[in-house]
Design a protein around this ligand. Structure first.
Ligand code: 13P
Length: 253
């Protein structure tokens, strides 16, 4: 059975004290409301990973990074390696987010290298894919996502790909308040799963969690998560408020 997962991507937000307060508020909300059988992952900025992973470890949820280096170690000033994250107890890493593709020029080739390093160090990649508005309007969205998924993941064998979480994040829905409709999300998630079935067979594709991201919030999460191929969410803005985030965690029917 694939897992239900809700992950919070804090992006580049919060100073230290606010970040620590938010972590403890999430603990309080989870203690009060529970999380059912949903796996909860919080992805704060890198400088708060140590503080966050200590708190998470004591409270039954996990912490992920938002990025890691494409190089394994050495003279790469400012970079953070997969090995460093793993040694800090970090279990997940978001890769291929549209903001990294857009502002940092990350290509599927570079992201594929990061996927390999994440897996090599025993962590779980949360691989993001999704089209921009013009691509959807010109009906290229399936082709775009097919290319992103195949170029960054399809060099993996069955066992390795089974470790990956995929997040479909239509770029036009990220931070805009415009959510993909429930039908649009289900359609693309089913398409991604069909690509996985074609390449790896049904047994493997049925095990892979596919999350939705893009203006997902406490109001619309339940409708999105009710779809058979939507296994949870990768949450941006709404993950910065503990009550909203934990309400989303508990939005599965
Ligand atoms: P928002 O939920 O703020 O739209 O962000 C989604 C996202 O990019 C998560 O990675």
């Amino acid at each position: 059975m694939r897992k239900k997962i809700v992950a919070g991507n804090w992006k580049m937000n919060k100073d230290f004290q606010d970040a620590e307060d938010l972590m403890f508020e999430i603990v309080d909300e989870l203690t009060e409301n529970g999380s059912g059988d949903t796996e909860v992952i919080v992805c704060p900025p890198a400088v708060y990973l140590e503080m966050s992973s200590d708190i998470a470890a004591e409270n039954g949820f996990m912490v992920g990074a938002q990025n890691l280096s494409q190089w394994e170690s050495g003279a790469y000033t400012g970079e953070i390696s997969a090995s460093m994250l793993h040694s800090m107890g970090i279990s997940h890493c978001i890769l291929g987010h549209s903001e990294r593709r857009t502002y940092f020029g990350e290509t599927d080739k570079v992201i594929a290298t990061k996927v390999d390093l994440t897996l090599k160090y025993g962590m779980t990649p949360i691989y993001c894919c999704g089209e921009v508005l013009a691509e959807r309007q010109s009906e290229k969205h399936f082709d775009v996502v097919r290319t992103q998924v195949s170029e960054a993941l399809f060099h993996l064998g069955k066992e390795a790909v089974s470790q990956v979480i995929i997040a479909y994040e239509p770029v036009w829905a990220i931070g805009t308040g415009v959510t993909a409709s429930s039908a649009q999300a289900q359609e693309m998630h089913a398409f991604i799963r069909s690509l996985l079935t074609e390449k790896y067979g049904e047994e493997v594709s049925a095990e892979i969690s596919i999350l939705y991201g893009g203006s997902c919030n406490a109001k619309n999460a339940a409708e999105l998560f009710a779809n058979p191929d939507v296994d949870g969410g990768l949450i941006g803005g709404a993950a910065l408020k503990a009550a909203d985030f934990v309400a989303i965690v508990n939005s599965f029917s």
